[in-house]
Design a protein around this ligand. Sequence first.
Ligand SMILES: [Zn+2]
Length: 90
Amino acid sequence: MRALIKAAQWTLGPETGEGAPQGIYSAECMTCGAQAQPTDNKCLPVEVWTLKHTGLNPTHRQFRATAETFWCVTPAEGNPYRENDTAQGA
Ligand SMILES: [Zn+2]
């Protein structure tokens, strides 16, 4: 995902800084509220937890699954903040 709004001179993209996950996945049982341990970058452990949860509780079959992603807005070319960031070595 990458979007550029010319008039605003800012660029929106994924946060790629050190330690930033591509995504955090989780799931919550809609029947009892049990929650999967959130995991960085991998949804498979959450899927496995969901299947196991239904296996142990066969009437619990609806889940609220979430995938959090992180964005970063940076100054585009021609934006005065871009020169400021460069001057400060950021
Ligand atoms: Zn449940």
